[in-house]
Design a binder for this molecule. Structure first.
Ligand code: AMP
Ligand code: MG
Length: 317
């Protein structure tokens, strides 16, 4: 049997982690669990390795990647950290907050990672397995979500395998991603302003408390080229804020509004975030030609859930 007949699912033990680090060190791709979603990782200092990410995902090359670091020291070799950046990193790292900061001259990062922007997106993830891989590989890892571009993000190894099919990279099995939504992305600019580029598990309210009011800039579209409306698509029409279900719909419930898949019977938004993509994957795989989702409140992480649902519904059809 050739290597490509069966995609390797690596166990999250010392041997699996060492094998992942070897593949990455040699410039290959590995899908790795993080607390947000599974990432398709490559060493960020190699143009050839990073090119494989864009090719595997079919990702437009103007959409820059998040670089995952071992710790704040490693991050400071890549980007300029002002006091706000250091404070946020110290509070939230390791964790689901990505900082977009000025790229340092001479930083050892392939140009394709930033898609030519003068800024770079950095995060120190908290998942034990990803941390061990970063430690052993010794270099920062570029890692967008481990799915074909515009598919729903993966929160379990099966989702990675389903998205890439026969072309799936080796996957390190880290179980279900605990947060289940992509990281919050905040840009800190040198003029002292900031903006939320992507809502996520670290909420806007929390950031406003620490940074003061957000200031959007007129060219935010260029600053965050990945924030295309069409994204995270289940490949079927998706109806939002549905209180009743049509016979041809797979229904994703929340709280008392029960469905084929319930995001959280207790009405807990954190649990709903963790389960969102799994329910969307199930809806995508079901016989029903459409998906409907119950109303989700906007408080706290609800903003990020609604953001992803809006994008998923825009991408459908
Ligand atoms: P993904 O890796 O698929 O979770 O997406 C990464 C997100 O980070 C995309 O939406 C990018 O647009 C965003 N991003 C990465 N680097 C930058 C940057 N330098 N400036 C603004 N946004 C960025
Ligand atoms: Mg993605």
């Amino acid at each position: 049997m050739s290597d490509k007949d069966v995609t390797e699912v690596l166990p999250p033990d010392a041997e699996g982690i060492a094998q992942a680090a070897r593949i990455l060190g040699a410039g290959g791709l590995v899908a790795i669990p993080t607390e947000t979603v599974y990432g398709l990782a490559a060493r960020a200092d190699s143009a050839e390795a990073v090119a494989k990410i864009y090719a595997a995902k079919g990702r437009p090359d103007f959409n820059p990647l998040i670089v995952h670091v071992r710790d704040l020291d490693q991050a400071k070799q890549i980007a300029r950290f002002d006091d706000r950046a250091t404070d946020l990193a110290e509070r939230f790292w390791p964790g689901p907050l990505t900082l977009v900061l000025p790229l340092l001259d001479g930083a050892k990062v392939a140009g394709a990672v930033t898609a030519g922007l003068p800024t770079i997106a950095l995060r120190q993830p908290s998942h034990r397995v990803m941390r061990a891989v970063l430690e052993q590989t010794g270099v920062p890892l570029a890692a967008p979500s481990a799915n074909v571009s515009e598919d729903i993000s993966p929160t379990r190894p099966e989702h990675v395998l389903a998205s890439f099919g026969d072309a799936a990279p080796p996957v390190l099995d880290g179980g279900q991603s605990q947060k289940g939504l992509e990281s919050t992305i905040v840009a800190l600019r040198e003029d002292g302003s900031w903006s939320l580029l992507r809502p996520g598990p670290v909420t806007k309210e929390t950031l406003e408390r620490l940074l003061g009011g957000e200031r959007q800039v007129a060219d935010a579209g260029i600053e965050a080229p990945g924030q295309l409306t069409r994204h995270y698509s289940p490949g079927k029409p998706l109806r939002l804020s549905a209180t009743e279900v049509a016979p041809d719909e797979f229904f994703i419930g929340f709280g008392d509004v029960t469905g084929d898949c319930n995001l959280s019977e207790a009405g807990d938004l954190n649990e709903a975030a963790a389960r969102l993509y799994d329910c969307l994957h199930r809806g995508a795989a079901s016989d029903k030609p459409r998906i409907a989702v119950a109303p989700i409140p906007y408080g706290e992480v609800g903003r990020a859930i609604n953001d992803r649902l809006r994008r998923a519904s825009a991408g459908a059809g």
